[in-house]
Design a binder for this molecule. Structure first.
Ligand code: GLP
Length: 244
């Protein structure tokens, strides 16, 4: 779906999420959301906060799993995704504190594999993700599944690409201070969601969106794996659609 701008697009995505939360509430069930960081989802979170305030949408039945976190990373660091999610969404809605899950950037290196298995088991214990929100890196990464990630990859520690670190170095002050690794949900973990919505805004994303949507399914552009999902949608603005 191509929208005139990110605001219109974000409104439509937030509406879909709000409707899903209400539907699950009606059925007395948790609504299990996979969430993303980066600049793209910020407008969706802002719109969800508006719906919470103005329409009384409750998040009490919402359980969330974030895609990724830098490694190592302290949760109260400026650049942590824990802090990002609190600032952009969790602190402004009534989601219970135990209901949100973000990969733990403080786990000991020899415990990371166990942590990743437990993270996936926890998602499974809720019956899997009802909805997964995604951004896309300039190199096609989803979560932090960098090019080369396989379609059957699971939650794991990933070495970040140079281009990813260069983009993130703005937040960390320098490339030297930017983490080299991250814990990310795998491609298989993402594709297991019942519904996947990927957001992309701006001309900078146009080439990678073209590859993901019209190119072949390839590990060189991990977002292209969404072509194999039965219920995935790219929600983009006109600038990101300019090479389609
Ligand atoms: C980071 C995140 C990704 C996100 C990407 C794009 O690498 N880990 O999940 O999709 O940034 O960010 P932006 O939305 O700011 O372009």
């Amino acid at each position: 779906h191509i929208y005139a701008d990110a605001k219109d697009a974000s409104r439509a995505v937030a509406r879909e999420i709000a409707d899903l939360i209400r539907e699950k509430q009606g059925a007395g069930k948790p609504c299990v959301l996979g969430l993303a960081t980066g600049s793209s989802p910020k407008t969706v979170y802002a719109e969800l906060i508006r719906i919470h305030r103005e329409e009384g949408l409750s998040f009490r039945n919402v359980v969330t799993f974030n895609l990724d976190e830098y490694y190592p990373m302290e949760p109260d660091s400026l650049q942590s995704y824990v802090r990002f999610m609190k600032e952009q969404l969790f602190d402004h809605v009534d989601i219970p504190e135990g209901n949100y899950n973000i990969p733990d950037g403080t786990v000991r290196v020899d415990k990371v594999a166990d942590f990743c298995r437990a993270y996936e088991a926890r998602i499974e214990s809720y019956g899997g993700l009802d909805f997964q929100l995604l951004g896309i890196g300039g190199n096609g990464h989803i979560g932090f599944n960098e090019p080369g990630s396989l379609i059957n990859s699971h939650t794991r520690l990933m070495m970040l690409d140079h281009s990813t670190r260069a983009a993130a170095s703005m937040d960390f002050g320098s490339l030297a201070r930017t983490p080299r690794k991250a814990i990310t949900m795998g491609v298989a973990s993402i594709l297991a969601a019942k519904r996947v919505v990927l957001l992309a805004w701006g001309e900078r994303k146009a080439p990678v969106i073209r590859g993901a949507v019209e190119g072949t399914v390839t590990e060189h552009n991990p977002a292209s794996y969404l072509q194999t999902h039965p219920n995935a949608l790219f929600v983009i603005d006109e600038a990101a659609a300019s090479e389609l």
